[in-house]
Design a protein around this ligand. Sequence first.
Ligand code: 2U9
Length: 360
Amino acid sequence: MTDTAALETLEQDVLAQIAAATDEAGLDAVRVGALGKKGSVSLMMRSLGGMSPEERQVMGPALNGLKDRLGSAIEARKAMLEAAALDLALASETIDVSLPVRPEPKGSIHPITQVMEELAVIFADMGFAVAEGSDVEDDFHNFTALNFPEGHPARDTQDTFFMKPDAEGQRKVLRTHTSPVQIRTMMSQTPPIRIIAPGRVYRCDWDQTHTPMFHQVEGLVIDRETHMGHLKGVLQDFLAAFFETDEVVTRFRPHHFPFTEPSAEMDVRYERVGQAVKVGSGDQWMEILGCGMVHPNVIRNCGLDPDEYQGFAFGMGVDRLAMLKYGAPDLRDFFNSDQRWLGHYGFSPLLQANMATGLS
Ligand code: 2U9
């Protein structure tokens, strides 16, 4: 026999169970026990069929009301338990963003890229901007503007990679130095100009110290009162910063380039320390770069007046700088993509060169 008092007792009982449920599984067990197929409320619903119409009129709505209230109470408790579980997860599942990344990075920065970054940082500190250009150049920007006479050996197919003639019959070249970048800068900007031009250059050459593609950095300063003293100061400061030493002893030896006059090669004192080379002091001289005052013809070829503007330029091989600084013996290894070599000579991508905390 079912009466409303029994319903009242059942309701209090189930509500107490709902309130006592401490997790979603426990709460679901209460739901099944009351509202599931064989649950206490469902069984009572089923007994409605055997009641008199008068009884059913009272018990029907009472049971429906009970079912609805228990359903709502279960939903409310469920929402509360979910919120509490989320709060607990947020409090316990913290992520330490200061930990090193996982999996540990395997890639490394190639020593040439590293040296290029170091060069950019050092020269930026002295007020130089980085300029770039195309690897494929025309004869004018690679040779003529730079005061190379017709018939100069560098214009020979033995030294230079020529492209097939294009639609206009023009034979482009793979640039043999980054100097066309400076030519284009001089033709498009007004002095003062202070730039370095790092990049790939190409020459027909292949042995232990020469690869057909190699890397250069050239520098150019054009202003009204620029002289060899500025050139020497800039290059000495550069070498001290690059080789991370206070003492650099250098000397100029006269040389010849078509694009500079006077021209010089700069030597730096060094000594061997085991396999490595210590640059700065020592009793031996090593040629490190070429330089000079920009030839008046070059200034004129770029549309500037050489009586108004002078400047200096320098050039050096980036690969050789990397070999000297980091002690790699064979230039050809730089381009073999050997993972073990790269692992040994490569640099962490997470440590960037800068003047404040160190270059390498
Ligand atoms: C302009 C005017 C002058 C760039 C210069 C050198 C000296 C030099 C070599 C070093 C080793 C090439 O990689 S290497 O074989 N370069 O000695 N380069 S002066 O002179 C310029 C450039 C552009 C407009």
